[in-house]
Design a protein around this ligand. Structure first.
Ligand code: ATP
Ligand code: MG
Length: 288
C-alpha cells in the first residue's frame, strides 16, 4: 500500500476536491477567543495515560505563568473535569447580560485558573453515556471549537481520543494543531500502535513535539527498587526509531492516580512536568 505524505497528499486532485467541497473543513474559533498555540495529546493505545499527560502538560504550562485551556475532545471518555475537580456548577451561566445563549463557557480551576471545556460539564448526569455516532461526535467537537469562549489564552491543550480512527483523524484535520505530544507505555502492543499514531500525524503535517513513556515502572516505597511491570522501558528506543524527540518517562505513581481521582491533579509534582513544559515551549517558540 502506498501512503502519500503531507505536501504530496495535499497536491492530489482528491485532496483538492475534498477541500473544495468542505469535506475537509477547518474550524474557526469563537470571535471572543484567541490561543497563541494549540497542542494535541494523542496515543496509539487507550489507557496509557493520555488524559493524565494532557492534564499535567496544562498544569506545567500554567505554573510557568501561561494562560491555559484544556479541551476534552475525548468525548466518549471525558475525564478532564474529574481530574481538575470541576463540575457543571463551575460553568458560568450563558446568555446573561446580553451575551449569546449559544456560546460555551469553560469551567475555571481553583488553583491555577486553567479553563476546561468538556461534554461532562454540559451533561446533567456524569454517568450518562454519549451514545452518538461519528458524524454527531464530530459535530460536537466542531461546536466546542467554534462556540467556546475562552478569552485570550497562550495554550489550548487538547485531549484527543485514543487511536487513529475517525474522530482523532477528523480533529487533527480540522483543528489548527501546532504540535502533538504522543503517549505510549512499555507494552509491545503500545509500541506497535504508537507508530501508527506518529505516522498519522506526519501524513497530516502535524509536527510531533515528542514521545512520553508513561507507566514505565513502579518504585517500591520501602526498598526503592524499580519494578518494570510492563517490561523494560522502550520509550527512548521507540522515539529514536520513529525519528521523534523523547520527552521522558513517568513511573506508575499511586499519588498521581489518587490526586487525579480526588480532582486535585493541580497539586501533583514530578520532574516530568518541567520536561513537558520545556518540550512544548521549545516546539512553539521555534514555530513562531
Ligand atoms: N503514571 C501514572 N501513575 C499512576 N496512575 C496513572 C498514571 N498514568 C495514568 N494513571 C491512571 O490510569 C488511569 C488511566 O489513565 P488516563 O485516563 O490518563 O489514560 P488514557 O490514555 O487517557 O485512557 P483512555 O484511553 O481511556 O482515555 C487513570 O485512572 C489514571 O489516573
Ligand atoms: Mg483519557
Amino acid at each position: 500500500m502506498m501512503f502519500l505524505y503531507g505536501r504530496a497528499w495535499k497536491g492530489t486532485l482528491l485532496y483538492r476536491r475534498l477541500e473544495a467541497t468542505r469535506l475537509i473543513e477547518r474550524f474557526e474559533m469563537h470571535p471572543g477567543s484567541s490561543a497563541r498555540h494549540v497542542i494535541g495529546v494523542m496515543s496509539g493505545k487507550g489507557g496509557v495515560g493520555k488524559s493524565s499527560v494532557t492534564a499535567l502538560t496544562a498544569v506545567a504550562l500554567a505554573r510557568r505563568g501561561y494562560r491555559v485551556g484544556v479541551l476534552d475532545a475525548d468525548v466518549t471518555g471525558p475525564s478532564m473535569p474529574r481530574m481538575f475537580g470541576v463540575t457543571g456548577a463551575d460553568v458560568p451561566p450563558v446568555g446573561r447580560e446580553g451575551r449569546p445563549a449559544d456560546e460555551i463557557l469553560p469551567a475555571v480551576t481553583r488553583r491555577l485558573g486553567i479553563k476546561v471545556v468538556s461534554i461532562n460539564l454540559l451533561l446533567d448526569d456524569e454517568s450518562a453515556p454519549v451514545i452518538w455516532r461519528g458524524p454527531l461526535l464530530m459535530g460536537m467537537i466542531r461546536r466546542f471549537w467554534i462556540a467556546s469562549n475562552w478569552g485570550d489564552l497562550d495554550y489550548i491543550v487538547i485531549d484527543l481520543p485514543p487511536g487513529t480512527s475517525d474522530i482523532p483523524l477528523s480533529v487533527m484535520q480540522s483543528v489548527p494543531l501546532d504540535g502533538l505530544i504522543v503517549v505510549t507505555s512499555p507494552q509491545r502492543v503500545a509500541a506497535m500502535v504508537v507508530a501508527k499514531a506518529v505516522n498519522m500525524a506526519r501524513m497530516l503535517e502535524r509536527p510531533v513535539i515528542g514521545l512520553v513513556e508513561n507507566m514505565s515502572y513502579v518504585q517500591c516505597p520501602d526498598c526503592g527498587r524499580k519494578m518494570e511491570v510492563f517490561g523494560p522501558s522502550t520509550g527512548e528506543a521507540q522515539a529514536a526509531e520513529l525519528g521523534v524527540s523523547y520527552i521522558g518517562d513517568m513511573p506508575i505513581d499511586p499519588r498521581l492516580s489518587e490526586l487525579a481521582d480526588a480532582g486535585r491533579v493541580e497539586d501533583y509534582d514530578h520532574p516530568m512536568l518541567d520536561a513537558l513544559a520545556e518540550a512544548v515551549e521549545r516546539a512553539t517558540v521555534q514555530a513562531q
